[in-house]
Design a protein around this ligand. Sequence first.
Ligand code: ADP
Length: 185
Amino acid sequence: MLAIYPGSFDPITLGHLDVIERGCRLFEKVVVAVLRNPNKAPLFTVAERMEQIRRATTHLTNVEVDSFDGLTVTYAKMRQAKVLLRGLRVLSDFEMELQMAHTNKTLSDDVETIFLATSNEHSFLSSSLVKEIAKFGGPIDHLVPPSVLPDIYRCYAKTPPEPVLTTDSTQLLELHKTVSPREKV
Ligand code: ADP
């Protein structure tokens, strides 16, 4: 049976990879489908994200990487897939994912959504979190596949993080001491 794993994957994280690997053990083939979403301003282009997923999944023989736009169920029907694979992390995912699954069911009764609960160590992990840490120069090598790291570092090297303005009280005190009495008035 063929399963579609749709998402933004901007970029793919170890959490996504975990869902893909486990999906590959359950289904004959998993199609990781990158959504072309005009409402989001992604860090990576669809082509870049597809390439990142390909590089991260070379060890899996039953994965295909594709992209789509429009409704996920329309894409699933076009691929003759009966299963949509999604990951669940925290409770806040649940409401949105359930709403999406119900909506998709009303659009196409023969496409089922199957949820894989995240592995414990990835329950906090999201693409946004990775981007936030990388933006400020923090380590992300424990969060994304190694083959994707250079892309992210390259991206942020072009726009280094802005200096953090400190309001440290000792610095302010020193500054106050150096200002002449007239300037203080
Ligand atoms: P979307 O914009 O469709 O939510 P994402 O790339 O953020 O795209 O997520 C795609 C799917 O992967 C979603 O079902 C999401 O819940 C799941 N997912 C994302 N991160 C993780 C993780 N750390 N563990 C398990 N599932 C995850």
